[in-house]
Design a protein around this ligand. Structure first.
Ligand SMILES: Cc1ncc(COP(=O)(O)O)c(C=O)c1O
Length: 504
């Protein structure tokens, strides 16, 4: 494959022409990816990386069936959805067949943000209410309407938050307000939402919607406790609002047993609006909002017409249909169950071995590894997480860290991820944590030095914080031959850096 620019030139040109408009993964030592297939990506030298984070390339990078479907339709016709066409009908039929019956009307859009923005419009139009309840640490998209409801973005400062937006605690039973030892965390967290509704009412405000991811991803791979969504939906509907389930990251079978993650919460829970995106087009920009006839009719009867130039075009729908076909044909949901369970089992063995692992949580191929400095206080191991990620990259494995403390290693690979991939990843994680913990034991009495020799370049703040991970170096430290410092408490500047973290 021909390279237009050398890696160095690409970096310099990117800096000049793109610069701050788009943050890059592994900023201290970015990767130039030239091609990808299945769960693997290849750089300009042909080096292979195991992709453990790309939930957009859902059925595998460049899946031939998806590529073929796009090409074939592109050769024939692409136009907007104001003409009759089979693809949009077929796609809407197939999508709604995966959902509870009352979710029957599809609006096709082009990105997760467009889908969530439209979901807010539908909710606000429905009863004329304006206020939105969102979860702490949530991310719902990059449009201004969504930044307003994304505490992950708007930074939590009281003045940054709009009066019409209310933030409920994330239903995180590991580090949240109510934890696994609480007798009924789902009611406790749902009561927090009820409290917000009551307070809003007492100041004359009205709730249009509660929005949440069915499992919170950017928020740190959080799985809400059973029963929480049912209770929240009851409170919200009583207040005249609707429940929006954001399945942009976690839909399309990622959890394995169900096609939609909200289904994990039981047959008795049906959202009023579901938004979807990322995996839907396997990299092709397509997304959708599905809602009830009642909500859709309330929207159109207001005179509001929704038109989207590209939404639901024949090529996008052909791609979406191909993705659905591949999920089915290759039994990718079955694979998510099998490989996901195996991976969680391997990771739990690592948890028993490594004190740095505080919690393993996940379902199907959506897993989080919560790294802690000490298990008792659950102090987030932020710098360590960054360090692990760079070391993993050095081994050809792509991971990212997220959550409010950036200490949760996120795993959400293409759904064709195999048991061998899982074992490969965990074996390397084991090696990296072993050496890291060995060095951490010698925290006290070690002096500052910056003579590190990483295979992979790290951001300065991670480098001054963390050790050279070679086992020899650790032994030298232990024997007192080497003066090595690494584990100073994180400095505030470092806490602010966002390196291997992204809303994806
Ligand atoms: C949960 C969630 N919702 C919505 C979005 C926005 O999607 P997009 O980037 O396609 O606009 C994202 C993107 O990361 C997301 O994670």
């Amino acid at each position: 494959m021909c390279e237009l620019y050398s890696k160095q030139d690409t970096l310099a040109l990117r800096e000049r022409h793109i610069g701050p408009s788009c943050k890059i993964f592994f900023a201290a030592d970015p990767i130039k990816i030239m091609r990808a297939r299945g769960q693997y990506m290849f750089d300009e030298k042909g080096e292979r990386y195991l992709d453990c984070i790309n939930n957009v390339a859902h059925v595998g990078h460049c899946h031939p069936e998806v590529v073929k479907a796009a090409t074939k339709q592109m050769e024939l016709l692409n136009t907007n959805s104001r003409f009759l066409h089979d693809n949009i009908i077929e796609f809407a039929k197939r999508l709604t067949a995966t959902l509870p019956q009352k979710l029957s009307v599809c609006y096709f859009t082009n990105s997760g943000s467009e889908a969530n923005d439209l979901a807010l419009c539908l909710a606000r139009q429905f009863r004329g209410h304006q206020d939105v309840i969102t979860l702490d640490h949530a991310y719902h998209g990059h449009l201004s309407s969504l930044i307003e409801i994304s505490p992950y973005k708007f930074q939590k400062g009281e003045d940054a938050k709009r009066e019409s937006v209310h933030v409920a605690p994330a239903p995180d039973t590991y580090r949240g307000k109510y934890r696994e030892d609480h007798e009924d965390p789902s009611t406790a967290y749902a009561d927090e939402v009820k409290k917000i509704i009551d307070e809003a009412h007492s100041s004359g405000r009205k709730i249009a919607a509660f929005i949440a991811e069915s499992m919170q991803s950017c928020g740190g791979q959080i799985i809400p406790p059973a029963g929480y969504f049912q209770k929240v939906a009851e409170h919200v509907r009583k207040a005249g609002g609707v429940f929006i389930a954001d399945e942009v990251q976690v839909g399309f079978g990622r959890v394995g047993r169900h096609f939609w993650s909200f289904r994990m919460h039981g047959e008795d829970f049906v959202p009023d609006i579901v938004t979807m995106g990322k995996p839907m087009g396997n990299g092709h920009p397509i997304s959708c909002v599905v809602t009830t006839k009642e909500i859709a009719e309330a929207f159109s009867s207001s005179g509001m017409e929704y038109f989207n130039t590209y939404g639901g075009n024949p090529v996008s729908c052909a791609v979406g249909l191909a993705v659905l076909d591949v999920i089915e044909k290759e039994n990718l949901q079955g694979n998510a169950v099998r490989v996901g369970n195996y991976l969680i089992e391997l990771l739990n063995e690592q948890k028993a071995k490594h004190p740095l692992i505080g919690d393993i949580r996940g379902v199907g191929l959506f897993i989080g590894i919560d790294l802690v400095k000490d298990r008792e206080n659950r102090t987030p191991a932020t710098a360590e997480a960054q360090h692990v990620i760079y070391e993993m990259k050095g081994k050809g494995i792509l991971l990212s860290a997220d959550g409010p403390h950036r200490n949760v290693l996120k795993i959400k690979p293409p759904m064709c991820f195999t048991e061998e991939d899982a074992k490969f990843m965990v074996d390397h994680l084991d090696g990296i944590l072993t050496v890291l913990e060995e060095v951490m034991d010698f925290k006290s009495g070690i002096e500052v030095s910056e003579n590190t020799d990483y295979r992979t370049k790290m951001p300065k703040e991670a480098r001054v914080e963390l050790p050279d991970l070679s086992a020899t170096k650790a032994r030298e430290i232990r024997s007192g031959k080497e003066k090595w410092c690494v584990l100073r408490p994180a400095c505030p500047a470092q806490q602010k850096t966002q390196d291997v973290r992204a809303e994806c």
